[in-house]
Design a protein around this ligand. Structure first.
Ligand code: HEM
Ligand SMILES: [Ca+2]
Length: 681
């Protein structure tokens, strides 16, 4: 290289400090404004515009030597920051932009008040890509595979894999104190996200958003089957649209019924609050106006109810998954939060989400099914499969059983029932029946995640899962780990140190690089309970699940940019907020339990505040916490409103206190708030 060629870049480099020199005194003088900008950005508090940073930078640019390196850099940074002020493209719109090819109900289009609403099939979450995450489209694949073992058809049969690596060899209690109630809730979450089409396994008939589709359904016809259409925006009493839930444990159905009640509670409150002064008694409206009012009340109530559901996911559910509830911490990761990174760019949110096949396989938490739920399932499946033993069932038997059950299920959602519960003349199930199912589920410990942990009754379901995964051509466990930046396993004993498991796996798969994803995830060594770990699944699941949790919540427009009082109404917006000091350690589900089963969940009950934790185990954890308020909670099974009334009748002051608590539980936002103040928590 010649001397001149070497000298040119050196000279260029020198130009920058030289061109900055004249501006240095000004920069030093303005330093407090720059520091304020930096600290305000890092802390997320925003910078103080009274320090006139904008003006100072403009002066700096205008006075920099024209065409100097310094002026070029300043200009570039300034324009970049201004451009990054806003996300590109914008995510939130007032209503539906014209030209978006969507099935928008005419009542919604005719409504003069713009508000945003969830489409039945989840479409339009991202208005630029309206079909993103819509029900009925193929799954996404995140990780591709270059493994050829599967290609040559040398995998062991799905049945062998189940019998040797997955079949439960004994019940082990969950190490983190999670209750069966937690998994009933999880079961609603998974039905919200997956519905693998039986005739085309590539398709997912559920939307990729937690929009409470188990309650509302995923098609316009489903949604209409649960709506009353009477001008009040309410659903029929104690119904849900997704009939697959009727195959699930009774506590799962009972919990879903409470979300139906919550919808009706919310719709009624929005109607009575009448914040825009536009609602009228439906009896006074003509048919068209009644339909418009009903649509608005329904859609707003759905928005509030599904955001409430998501707040349970972020508060109670994720709180249990990462062990915060157990450890008495009310701090939560604010996943949907609006944040800028240090380059001033917005970290994306509300941009949509599509569920992947890998996530489907990661979320099959069948090993955690409690002993009580396993017994229930064995009885249920015995009836479903006409007594045929689980070892002999085929995928065709399963599909046939689904067809039979579907035919036997009343078309009218109001006639459906579960666990032989009876509906009253008003169409509602008895509060007592629902409450007892939920109390049982809270008391019943879930099982630990482990290899050889899946109840045998689920054999054919697992065989179908393994077969689907092979048809989907998913990656191997090691490929999946590499995708997430996790160390690849070198041998089977690193994956699961239990010799019974890793020698079996080695015999079946030969090389660790051939270990298929589903089996690898399910039979991997489980994480122990420790600070930061509450769910305690296999190591890989526990890492990868967080990526999907963020994609789901942060990617959903309704949970982020459209989570506003304008859309939810001020009352609805407020109803979805946490109350950090209400005794629930950052949770919110107790509010719904209290209001939908009045009198069954006393204000101080551990069953109300921590239903995802087994009370006796939670009590033990709380005793060990330095500031544990163990005596402020009641830990025994709630006895129901009659008992509460008897207790209250014991003294006049007690009656007064109980009456105000009852008002809070039944009528207001909470059934929780304020009452904890009284208890000194
Ligand atoms: C006793 C409780 C449970 C029963 C009886 C049960 C039963 C079933 C059945 C029958 C299927 C096959 C669905 C089909 O394709 O037709 C299935 C799939 C599945 N299960 Fe479970 N399950 C239970 C609990 C859970 C729990 C607690 C979770 C996780 C939180 C879970 C996650 C899944 C997932 C992700 C699928 C795949 C769904 C799809 O691809 O559409 N299950 N389960
Ligand atoms: Ca959904």
């Amino acid at each position: 290289m010649s001397q001149t060629q070497q000298g040119t870049p050196m000279l260029e480099l020198l130009k920058l400090p030289l061109s900055v020199l004249p501006a240095l005194p000004r920069i030093v003088r303005d330093l407090p404004a720059y520091l304020n900008f930096l600290s305000g950005t890092v802390n997320g508090t925003g910078y103080d515009d009274r320090k006139y940073l904008l003006e100072k930078v403009l002066v700096l640019i205008s006075q920099a030597e024209e065409d100097s390196t310094f002026s070029h850099i300043l200009e570039m940074l300034f324009i970049r920051i201004l451009y990054r002020d806003l996300p590109h493209p914008a995510i939130g719109y007032l209503g539906i932009p014209k030209g978006v090819p969507l099935p928008v109900p005419t009542e919604v289009l005719n409504n003069p008040i713009p508000y945003t609403f969830r489409a039945a099939d989840g479409s339009n979450n991202n208005v630029h890509m309206p079909t993103l995450g819509m029900a009925g489209l193929p799954y996404v694949r995140n990780v591709t595979t270059s493994n050829t073992f599967l290609h040559h058809g040398t995998y062991p049969s799905a049945e062998t894999v189940f019998d040797e690596l997955l079949k439960r060899d004994g019940f082990v209690e969950h190490p983190g104190g999670l209750s069966s109630f937690f998994f009933s809730f999880a079961n609603i979450v998974i039905h919200d996200l997956w519905n693998t089409n039986h005739s085309d396994w590539m398709k997912n008939d559920a939307s990729s958003y937690i929009d409470l589709s188990p309650l509302y359904g995923s098609t316009e016809a489903d949604v209409n089957s649960v709506r009353r259409h009477d001008g009040t925006g309410r659903l029929w009493e104690d119904v849900f649209a997704d009939r697959r839930l009727l195959f699930m444990t009774p506590s799962t159905c009972a919990l879903l019924v409470l979300f139906c009640r919550n919808h009706n509670y919310v719709a009624t409150r929005i109607y009575t609050e009448n914040e825009n002064g536009t609602y009228a008694d439906p009896a006074t409206l003509d048919e068209e106006k009644r339909a418009v009012q009903d649509a608005e009340l329904f859609h707003r109530a759905r928005l509030v109810n599904s955001i409430f559901f998501a707040q349970i996911v972020l508060g109670d559910y994720v709180g249990s998954i990462i062990g915060l509830t157990r450890d008495g911490l009310s701090w939560r990761l604010d996943l949907p939060k609006s944040i800028r990174d240090l380059s001033h760019a917005w970290t994306g949110r509300g941009e949509g989400n599509v569920i992947s096949v890998e996530f489907n396989l990661m979320y099959r938490w069948h090993p955690a099914i409690s002993m009580e739920d396993t017994t229930w399932m064995e009885h249920f499946f015995n009836g479903l499969f006409h007594g045929k033993p689980s070892q002999e069932l085929t995928i065709e038997d399963y599909k046939q059983a689904v067809r039979e059950l579907t035919l036997a299920t009343p078309r009218d959602v109001r006639e459906r029932t579960f666990h032989h519960l009876k509906r009253g003349p008003d169409g509602r199930f008895a509060d007592e029946d629902l409450a007892q199912l939920l109390f049982d589920a809270t008391e019943s410990p879930a099982a630990a995640f482990k290899a050889r942990g899946t109840p045998e009754a689920l054999r054919i379901i697992e065989v179908m899962g393994i077969t689907q995964a092979r048809k989907w051509r998913v990656c191997t466990l090691n490929e999946f780990r590499a995708y997430f930046g996790l160390r690849k396993y070198n041998d089977f004993d690193e994956w699961n140190p239990d010799p019974k498991i890793h020698t079996t796996a080695k015999r079946l798969y030969g090389h660790i690089d051939n270990l298929e994803l589903y089996v690898g995830l399910q039979a991997e060594e489980a994480k122990p309970a420790m600070p930061g770990a509450g769910l305690c699944p296999g190591y890989t699941i526990s890492r990868a699940i967080l990526a999907d949790a963020v994609a789901l919540t942060r990617g959903d427009r309704f949970l982020t940019v459209d989570f506003t009082p304008a859309n939810l109404t001020s009352w609805g917006y407020q109803d979805c907020q946490y109350e950090k000091d209400d005794g629930s350690m950052g949770g919110i589900i107790g509010r719904m339990l209290g209001r939908t089963l009045p009198g069954y969940y006393p204000a101080d009950s551990a069953y109300k505040h921590f239903p995802f934790m087994v009370p006796k185990t939670m009590k033990g954890y709380m005793r060990k916490q330095p500031n544990g308020n163990v005596d402020k909670y009641s830990w025994e099974r709630p006895k129901g409103p009659l008992h509460e009334m008897k207790k209250a009748a014991m003294s006049l002051s007690a009656v007064k206190a109980k009456a105000s608590a009852q008002v809070k539980m039944n009528g207001n936002e909470n059934g929780t708030s304020g009452q904890y103040g009284k208890l000194g928590l």
